[in-house]
Design a protein around this ligand. Structure first.
Ligand SMILES: [Zn+2]
Length: 138
């Protein structure tokens, strides 16, 4: 008989209290490890405990009891997922962090659009000066 080792489950030293699979709107399936750790109430949710990235984002959320929130979080850097119930102050801090990120992205987008527009105007001006724009071009 063959001895098959592929069915041996790997058990990490820390046991999660629940593991479930979630299908995201994109169709991708992720495995969510749910730890029930009340000591996490002071943790900054935007910071990934696995890789240190500050880009952790909520994928799903719902209101829980006592003003707390159930969140499904994912780090876009290392793809670590986590589901948990977090304090309102943590969620507000995460929301503020996301708002700051959105503002920074919009500002960068506006700068890029302006830089592209300036480059287009400069190209058009050079073409006009070189008599390379003719009425037939319009
Ligand atoms: Zn990470």
């Amino acid at each position: 008989m063959n001895q098959d080792q592929s069915d041996q489950p790997a058990h990490p030293s820390t046991q999660p209290q629940s593991v479930r699979q979630v299908v995201l709107p994109s169709g991708r399936m992720i495995e969510v490890v749910h730890f029930h750790d009340t000591a996490t109430d002071s943790r900054v949710l935007s910071d990934c405990p696995a890789c240190g990235s500050d880009l952790v984002q909520p994928l799903a959320w719902s209101q829980a009891a006592d003003g707390r929130w159930n969140l499904l979080l994912e780090c876009p850097n290392c793809r670590r997922s986590e589901a948990g119930t977090f304090a309102r102050t943590q969620v507000e801090h995460l929301e503020d962090h996301l708002d700051e990120g959105l503002t920074a992205m919009i500002t960068d987008l506006q700068r890029m659009a302006q830089a592209n527009l300036i480059a287009d105007i400069e190209r058009f001006t050079r073409a006009l000066q070189a008599d390379q724009i003719l009425p037939e071009d319009f």
